[in-house]
Design a protein around this ligand. Structure first.
Ligand code: NDP
Length: 311
């Protein structure tokens, strides 16, 4: 098989594990960063990170890698010898990666998920910037802090875990967790229980609660929350309906869809239609990416350059 010449003027849209196995450094600006996921074609991280690398005069590039769930250990193992600086992880790798790290930062240990890996002295160091990125995104989009909000999180996977943990750490007024697999929501609520020891607020409504994925439960909770966060992949595909019924949405809500796409997701459209404030996941992508850049290079990220690249 011919060696893959990476970092040439024409980068491939998507690389694979097979490419990594025959990787051969050649170019002046080699690929030394990337995002691993499946699917990964939709990821805008390369646009954002390559703009930052260029702006900072760092002679390397960032690429997309389609890596299946079973391929992650082999792909990660190759990175130190291929002189990678780091990678981001997206669906479905964030939780599985935790046990593949040499060292795990507190942010990833607490979230139970890794979204940023830094490779240093042959070691894989796992971090999680999703929670902080989410918090900054909410402040930017809605001019409000998580501590002042009652939050309903849809999902209990890697992104939802980081978001829920951030809400807990920032002492949100309420946190309600809903997941298709109810047991996972319940388990996440149990893990976060110690953050919600203070008195209940708003009468009989518990500050922390896991609820089943059904319309009646959503209807009751929506009257008692300010922010609804979609942390499921529902919306990634153009034909996807909103993860919860459009008729549940109300004008008092802020709706944050962590999914970002070139067109409005069904959830965002429904929220706007209902008179709610709504934002998509681009701002979270920006802030989690900027925090990742800072981990890799120990320097401030050029936030405005990254934002412009995304828009
Ligand atoms: P995971 O695979 O770890 O988790 C997926 C979650 O979504 C699970 O809770 C799963 O429920 C739920 N889910 C999947 N399909 C459905 C469905 N059809 N209906 C209802 N629930 C469903 O993925 P991640 O947490 O890593 O990522 C989730 C999404 O978050 C990504 O697709 C991405 O769009 C977004 N994201 C955005 C970021 C940003 O910067 N904007 C950053 C990180 C993530 P169950 O447990 O029942 O299977």
């Amino acid at each position: 098989m011919a060696p893959v010449e990476y970092g040439e003027a024409e980068m491939k849209e998507i690389y694979t594990l097979v490419d990594l196995k025959s990787w051969k450094p050649k170019a002046k600006t080699p690929i030394r960063l990337g995002v691993f996921g499946n699917p990964v074609a939709h990821s805008l991280s390369p646009e954002m990170q390559n703009a930052a690398l260029e702006n900072c005069g760092l002679p390397m590039r960032y690429a997309r890698f389609q890596i299946g769930a079973g391929e992650l250990p082999a792909a990660l193992e190759l990175l130190p010898e291929l002189n990678f600086v780091g990678v981001n992880l997206t669906v479905p790798h964030k939780i599985a990666a935790l046990k593949l790290m040499t060292e795990v930062d507190e942010s990833a240990r607490q979230a139970g998920a890794v979204n940023t890996i830094k490779i240093e002295d042959g070691k894989l160091r796992g971090f999680n910037t999703d929670g902080k990125g989410f918090s900054r995104a909410i402040r930017e989009e809605f001019s409000v802090d998580l501590r002042d909000l009652r939050v309903l999180v849809l999902g209990a996977g890697g992104a939802a875990r980081a978001i829920a943990l951030e809400c807990a750490k920032e002492n949100s007024e309420r946190l309600v967790l809903a997941n298709r697999d109810f047991e996972k929501a319940k388990q996440l609520a149990d893990e976060l229980r110690s953050f919600f020891g203070e008195a209940r607020v708003l009468g009989p409504v518990p500050r922390l609660q896991a609820i089943p994925w059904d319309e009646a439960a959503f209807r009751f909770q929506i009257a008692n929350v300010d922010l609804v966060v979609n942390a499921t992949p529902v919306g990634l595909h153009h034909a996807d309906a909103a993860p919860i019924s459009a008729r549940l949405l109300a004008p008092h809500l802020m709706v944050y869809d962590t999914v970002y796409s070139s067109r409005q997701t069904a959830l965002i459209s429904a929220a706007v239609e209902a008179g709610a404030r709504a934002a998509n996941g681009l701002s979270m992508l920006l802030h989690q990416g900027a925090l990742g850049f800072e981990i890799w290079f120990d320097r401030a990220a050029p936030l405005n350059v990254m934002r412009k690249a995304l828009l």
